[in-house]
Ligand binder design. Structure first.
Ligand code: 6PG
Length: 261
């Protein structure tokens, strides 16, 4: 149950570090059974991570036939829409590696959001009950980003999903975007074996300071809700996003291929 904040000097290093971390995670022993269950984050940040993972030297480090892909959240759009998290992952990773189609578990953004949430929860029940007797899904790795407002996945400030403790998937209305979203809820995120935040850019420096060093205000900064019960959590930041953090609160990440993260 470790908590680490690693700061990379450049954006390039941030994605190198993230790719090394994910490749190592996917190459390690799964939490249960013989498959790795990974929930991908959306937005723009992971695109450079996915595209690195899809090529050498990382591509061949992973046994893609043992990887099961899920999503942490999805927009209320069809899978071929420009805003679709599924489409972004498909174009930058899933179409480039030998993952098994039956190991891709898409959130159905084209359906009414509440219906998509209910359906995804039953997908999780099916996908995880085969592997484990535990009640709540235990992802091997959940990738997360964070918005400038401190949201993560589609857990946005002042929304109903923040207090959800029973459902595994929720469909909150997000006023600022005038749309519904589909998202894993805090209990599922916090049941993960590993959580990796990848956050870069100066537009996130205030939220990073508030989330990591401010008072506990999860309704205002939902990323503060992420606190794996037994799992490890790593915040991977670039220098810009970390610029307001106290120097002694993080470790500098040095690009050393031999050194495990
Ligand atoms: C989404 C994401 C969301 C994202 C943050 C950061 O669907 O938008 O899951 O939580 O991680 O909004 O987005 P950027 O990486 O584009 O800054």
């Amino acid at each position: 149950m470790t908590r680490r904040i690693l700061v990379c000097q450049t954006s390039e290093d941030l994605f190198e570090a993230a790719t090394q971390f994910v490749a190592q995670s996917l190459a390690s022993k799964p939490a249960t059974g013989n498959t790795h269950s990974v929930a991908l984050s959306g937005g723009s940040t992971p695109k450079r991570l996915f595209s690195r993972l899809a090529v050498e030297p990382y591509r061949s480090q992973v046994d893609w036939s043992s990887i099961r892909i899920f999503w942490g959240d999805e927009r209320a759009v069809p899978p071929d829409h420009a805003d679709s998290n599924f489409r972004m992952a498909k174009e930058n990773l899933l179409d480039c590696v030998p993952i098994l189609p039956e190991h891709i578990f898409r959130m159905e953004g084209e359906r009414p959001a509440q219906e998509a949430a209910v359906r995804y929860e039953s997908v999780l029940r099916g996908a995880f009950s085969a592997n484990t007797t535990e009640r709540i899904p235990c992802f091997d790795l959940i990738l997360l980003g964070m918005g400038p407002d401190g949201h993560t996945a589609s857990l946005f400030p002042e929304t109903s999903a923040l207090s959800e403790r029973e459902q595994w998937v929720a469909a909150p209305w997000v006023e600022k975007f005038q749309t519904y979203r589909i998202t894993l809820t805090p209990p599922v995120i916090n049941a993960a074996k590993q959580v990796l935040f990848v956050v870069g850019g100066s537009d996130k420096d205030e939220a990073i300071e508030a989330v990591l060093e401010g008072s506990f205000q999860p309704n205002r900064y939902p990323a503060q809700l992420v606190n794996p019960v037994q799992g490890d959590m790593v915040w991977l930041l670039d220098r810009e996003a970390a610029s307001r953090l106290k120097q002694d609160s993080y470790t500098e990440w040095i690009n050393d291929h031999e050194k495990a993260l």
